[in-house]
Design a protein around this ligand. Structure first.
Ligand code: PLP
Length: 390
């Protein structure tokens, strides 16, 4: 069966009620038929659900689908994307280890690496996304344990060459961990390049409709085993309700991503041609500095565009005021088109020099392109560009 068929058809075993849509197991615990069964489940001579902090059928259904899509062996679902990112690091790193990461990271991932892991004597080195193979290799230290990166990055849309990093990690025995949130498994499969772990904020395109928070880490059995232990004890579990919502959403992920990407490319082209937009950044525009790499490792450019407007924050403010359809929110990956100014919102906590080195300027607008009709979106953004330029 093809992946799309499995995304629609994977579900928990049918119950005695012969339901068609997948059932929701909204329960905190599971019963034991006998005292002996309770004992057997706890000493793991019998496999089964005990308590929803450990496992739950609705959550497992979501995990099974993501493993299938990402071509990974096993996974653990978490309450949020950040819980997945944190668990993937905290479960596998220890005091004295070093983590090598691309500089262009989601704001909270940056805070975990620089403010939280550092408290436990886990050091880091950042590299530019565009660093060469020699530069990456030269940055590997004897105590380097993991390489962590995001491609395309939020919000700069910088790419990292997955094939190159995959080979380096293999050569040096490093754990290769990729945040695949922006591309989704529909556009890029990091495991095909040797990624050992893939993390997601399911809050974004996986839900795709702006309703629930969720996260997941999938990957090689040996690593997931430790991450599962970490999550079972520390408790960042995904709610069965959210898992049920997310599993239903995965049925339409491919369909939605196709439309998101088609809309984003058309909007990027229209804004690129507009005289009062200074610069448009989108991986599938030939003007993107890593356009060739984007075409190599992604099947489409994704749903996020950034544009740079002349006039800094006051221009952004006027632009946002002029928008009639797109909404102002810090979220992304919704059916509804959303804009935000990363400089003052999602990445506000970064140091000024870090912001500027990542291209996060006061005049930068991040657009998460939704599923509205493309003609309405082009009209909305071009009129806002023109009005705000006056
Ligand atoms: C939103 C996001 C996260 C964090 O996910 P939450 O579900 O908000 O915790 C991590 N990485 C990327 C790239 C994101 O966009």
């Amino acid at each position: 069966m093809k992946k799309q068929t499995k995304a629609v058809r994977t579900q928990t075993t049918k119950t005695q009620y012969r339901e068609h849509s997948t059932p929701l197991f909204l329960t905190s615990s599971f019963t034991f038929e006998t005292a002996e069964q309770g004992k057997a489940l706890f000493d793991e001579t019998e496999q089964g659900n005990l308590y929803s902090r450990f496992s739950n059928p609705s959550v497992q259904e979501f995990v099974d689908k993501v493993c299938m899509m990402e071509e990974c062996e096993e996974g653990v679902a978490t309450a949020t994307g950040m819980a997945a990112v944190f668990a993937s690091m905290a479960a596998l790193l220890q005091s004295g280890d070093h983590i090598l990461a691309s500089r262009a990271l989601f704001g909270s991932a940056h805070q975990i690496i620089t403010q939280i892991l550092s408290k436990w004597n886990i050091s880091y080195t950042y590299l530019e996304s565009t660093a060469t193979e020699q530069e990456w290799e030269a940055a590997i230290l004897p105590n380097t344990k993991m390489v962590y990166l995001e491609t395309p990055s939020n919000p700069g849309l910088d790419l990292v060459d997955l094939e190159m990093i995959g080979k380096l990690c293999k050569k040096h025995g490093l754990i290769f961990n990729v945040d695949n949130c922006f591309a989704t498994p529909c556009l890029q499969i990091p495991a095909q390049y040797g990624a050992d772990l893939v993390v997601h904020s399911a809050t974004k395109f996986m839900d795709g409709q702006g309703r629930v928070l969720g996260g997941i880490v999938v990957g090689k059995k040996e690593y997931i085993k430790d991450i599962r232990f970490f999550c079972r004890q520390t408790g960042p579990s995904m709610s069965p309700f959210n898992a049920w919502v997310l599993s239903k959403s995965l049925e339409t992920l491919e369909l939605r991503m196709e439309k998101h990407c088609a809309n984003a490319l058309e909007l990027a082209q229209a804004l690129d041609a507009h005289e009062s937009v200074k610069r448009v950044n989108y991986p599938f525009l030939p003007s993107h500095p890593q356009h060739t790499l984007a075409q190599q490792q992604m099947t489409a450019g994704g749903a996020v565009i950034t544009i740079e407007l002349e006039g800094g924050f006051s221009r952004i403010s006027a632009f946002m005021k002029a928008l009639k359809i797109a909404t102002l929110s810090s979220n992304l990956g919704d059916t509804r088109t959303i804009v935000t100014n990363p400089y003052t919102t999602t990445h506000a906590k970064l140091k000024e020099e870090d912001k500027l080195s990542l291209g996060i300027t006061p005049g930068l607008l991040r657009i998460s392109v939704g599923l509205e009709h493309i003609e309405d979106l082009i009209e909305d953004f071009t009129q806002a560009a023109a009005i705000s330029a006056q």
